[in-house]
Design a protein around this ligand. Structure first.
Ligand code: NCD
Ligand code: ZN
Length: 348
């Protein structure tokens, strides 16, 4: 087998699914993303959530103010859908650039989704309008039915909710966020190019065993939860396939350590400190570094109808050590792969 290249140059990547939080936490985590990514789709699950165009504009201004000088990072804002979302407000905000997409959280499916959609029937008029104006719907694809096993909630969502939805709205652009199963990969392939999916570094690197290795590992708990090894393998094959429907979205979701290491630890993995290095490692392991640029820098913008970034970054085979902790307001953050070493590094 030919040995992999020791460095590659790719267009500057974007992160098509990111949690930046707000206030002091925003200031603590944004530099990690702005260091490498040109743009990011910023999730709207603040408390309270971003439901108005004015709220999205104000949040974007706070992110821009928190950006390290000269980074050139551009946040792309999203609208948080609720049972009461007004189609006109969604369309107005899309038309004047306040936001580029809307996020559908099934109510209580994940962190800060309490105000989400309790039944998809409540947002049918919004979806019809989004289909008409070409505005992407970003989906957290898990049912919340307590009778459904937590590891099956994604597959059941595809059957019960998303399948019927794409039949009823065949022109609606949909991003199935943070896909974690072979079922989701197959669904997305079957419905491409109107449906795409983001894939996270952690779901490409760990399976559900990792959460219980030697004890309970709260920092590897996120939603959708990591699945069996066969699913991780399916996600890896999708990521490195180069297919236009699969693109980079870290779902980096910082929570203070005390909130993770708790009687009821919250969901979310903070992977921003070494996200592109982690993806590079996965692609190198799969012998597919030549496909990294499509996944990280080309497929996402093409799906959203945006130009790819013009700048390039260089990744070289060299060690990146992930810090044990990252400072955060009043606490610390424990990053994904804390204390470990990856084989790829960004070179100036
Ligand atoms: C996210 C968060 O913390 O905001 N958590 C997570 O486990 N991924 C919410 C989400 O994307 O589900
Ligand atoms: Zn998320």
């Amino acid at each position: 087998m030919p040995s992999p290249p020791s460095s590659i140059v790719i267009r500057r990547p974007d992160d098509w699914h990111l949690h930046l939080r707000d206030g002091a936490m925003l200031g603590a985590v944004l530099p990690f993303t702005a260091r490498v990514f040109g743009r990011a789709i910023v999730m709207p699950n603040l408390v309270p959530p971003v439901t108005t165009a004015a709220g999205a504009r104000a949040y974007r201004a706070r992110i821009e103010a928190a950006c390290p000088p000269g980074s050139g990072f551009r946040p792309l804002m999203t609208c948080y859908l609720t049972d009461r979302t007004d189609a006109d407000e969604v369309a107005r905000g899309f038309g004047d650039g306040a936001w580029v997409a809307a996020k559908y959280y099934p109510a209580n499916a994940t962190t800060h989704s309490e105000s989400g959609v309790s039944d998809v029937r409540h947002i049918l008029s919004v979806l019809a309008r989004m289909e008409k104006i070409g505005m992407p719907l970003l989906v957290h694809g898990e049912v919340t039915d307590a009778n459904v096993d937590v590891f099956d909630r994604e597959a059941v969502f595809l059957d019960r909710v998303l399948g019927p939805l794409v039949r009823d709205f065949p022109g609606l652009k949909v991003v199935f966020e943070h896909a974690t199963t072979e079922d989701a990969v197959a669904f997305v392939r079957a419905h491409a190019p109107g449906v795409g999916a983001t894939l996270t570094p952690h779901h490409l690197m760990i399976n559900r065993n990792a959460m219980f290795e030697g004890g309970i590992r709260p920092h590897l708990y996120c939603l959708p939860v990591a699945k069996r090894e066969k699913h991780r393998q399916a996600l890896r094959r999708a990521a490195v396939s180069g297919e236009a429907c699969f693109f980079l979205g870290t779902d980096s979701a910082p929570h203070p350590r005390a909130a993770k290491e708790s009687d009821c630890g919250c969901a979310g993995i903070f992977n921003a400190p070494a996200a592109i290095e982690a993806y590079a490692q996965v692609f190198a392991e799969e012998g597919a570094l030549a496909k990294l640029e499509a996944f990280a820098s080309l497929n996402g913008p093409a799906f959203y109808g945006l130009p790819a970034n013009e700048e390039r970054i260089k990744l070289a085979q060299a060690e990146t050590r992930i810090p044990n902790t990252v400072p955060a307001p009043g606490d610390t953050l424990r990053p994904f792969l804390a204390g470990e070493t990856l084989g790829w590094r960004i070179e100036a």
